[in-house]
Each structure stands twice: as structure tokens, then as C-alpha cells.
Design a protein around this ligand. Structure first.
Ligand code: FE
Length: 214
């Protein structure tokens, strides 16, 4: 099972509520979905579909993906206009160029400019460019963020400390099981002398989701 890919049915491990999910027990014991997940894993191993070592390797690989990967993509786009063009043309190919393969979903890069700001949400659940940024933060999956960022995005951004003036257009991108978004933040002024690694160190997770600037 590819944990980055889901169909909004019941084979995922999202921690948002399902309307028909049984009441959640307290956190001392396994939740409903944890029990399902353990049962499925044990069955797959028992039937020889996967080995325990393969499951462990997959989790280790998944956990090694951090926002630093996305930051390298952003920094390269800042310093290399040809790469930047390729990134907006084909996000998957551009990420793969830097050693970050993205499988099963399309990566779309969107660019913040002085006139336009972009912010990303998954209104349905928690779709996120996990192959590039790792696991999403808890607030990204919260019901409040998912509902409010489409209704009152400027108010939500203000709560993250991001004040957008009224003449800046704000675009909210709703992720799906197939399409994931990467916000390319504006390169800060005064960074002309920084090299690519130093630039990458400036790029935060939240700026690539679009709730913050740099
Ligand atoms: Fe989702």
C-alpha cells in the first residue's frame, strides 16, 4: 500500500473523523484505524505479500523525507532560471532532477510574487506533497484549517502572522488524491550574496504551504 495515495475510501490512515467511524477510545489504547492498520499489516505479512522488513524500510524511507527536500527545490529555482522554468512546467521531473522522485501524484509548483500569494489546503482530508515535504503538520489536517482557509483565507493567514495587503491576490489551492501543490515563496530581499545551500536554509515548511512568507 502506498501511504501517500488514497481514494477517500477506507484504506487510509487519516486521523480526521469519518462520519461512520466508531467512537474513538482514549489514547491509552489503539484507535479504530490503528487496529485496522495492524490487522492489515499482519495479514499481508502472513500471506507473504510483504515482509516485516519491507514495511520497516518503507517507514524509514518515509520518515527520512523532510521539508529540507522541498527547500532545495525552491533554492534551486531561485538561483537557476532554467530550472525554475522546468519546475513550473513539470514539478515531478524537476523534483526528480534533485533526487526527489514523486510517484503516483502530480506536483504543481505555484509561485508567490509581489502581486499574488498562494496557499495550499486539502479541504477533503490531508493530501500533501509527502514525497517532497514529508508528513503534513497536524494543523494542516485539522477540520478548522480545511474549512476556514477557503472561506476566510486572509483571516487564517493573519492568525499565522501573515498579513496580506488587500491589493495582493490570494489563491487557495485545494489538493486532491492526484494533484499536490508546492508554493515557491518569494526570495527575500538582501539575499543576493547567499549561495544555494544558505538560501535553502531560509525556506521553511510553512512558506511552502503558503501560510507564511520568508
Ligand atoms: Fe486528502
Amino acid at each position: 500500500m502506498n501511504s501517500d495515495h488514497h481514494h477517500h475510501d477506507h484504506d487510509h490512515d487519516h486521523d480526521h473523523d469519518h462520519p461512520h467511524a466508531p467512537p474513538q477510545p482514549d489514547d491509552k489504547v489503539h484507535s479504530y484505524y490503528q487496529i485496522l492498520s495492524i490487522a492489515l499489516k499482519e495479514l499481508l505479512i502472513e500471506k507473504g505479500v510483504v515482509t516485516a522488513a519491507q514495511v520497516r524500510q518503507f517507514i524509514e524511507k518515509r520518515d527520512s523525507i523532510t521539508p529540507a527536500n522541498g527547500a532545495k527545490v525552491v533554492a534551486r529555482a531561485w538561483v537557476d532560471p532554467a530550472y525554475r522554468a522546468r519546475l513550473f512546467e513539470d514539478g515531478n521531473a524537476a523534483a526528480a532532477e534533485l533526487g526527489f522522485p514523486i510517484t503516483g501524484t502530480k506536483l504543481v509548483a505555484v509561485e508567490n510574487t509581489p502581486d499574488t500569494h498562494n496557499v495550499v489546503v486539502c479541504t477533503l482530508c490531508s493530501c500533501y506533497p509527502r514525497d517532497l515535504l514529508g508528513l503534513p503538520p497536524a494543523w494542516y489536517k485539522s477540520r478548522a484549517y480545511r474549512a476556514r482557509v477557503v472561506r476566510e483565507p486572509r483571516a487564517v493567514l493573519r492568525e499565522f502572522g501573515t498579513e496580506l495587503s488587500d491589493d495582493v491576490a490570494l489563491r487557495v489551492h485545494d489538493s486532491t488524491a492526484d494533484i499536490r501543490f508546492l508554493v515557491v515563496p518569494q526570495r527575500p530581499a538582501g539575499t543576493e550574496n547567499l549561495d544555494e545551500d544558505a538560501l535553502a536554509a531560509l525556506v521553511t515548511r510553512d512558506s511552502m504551504i503558503g501560510v507564511a512568507r520568508i
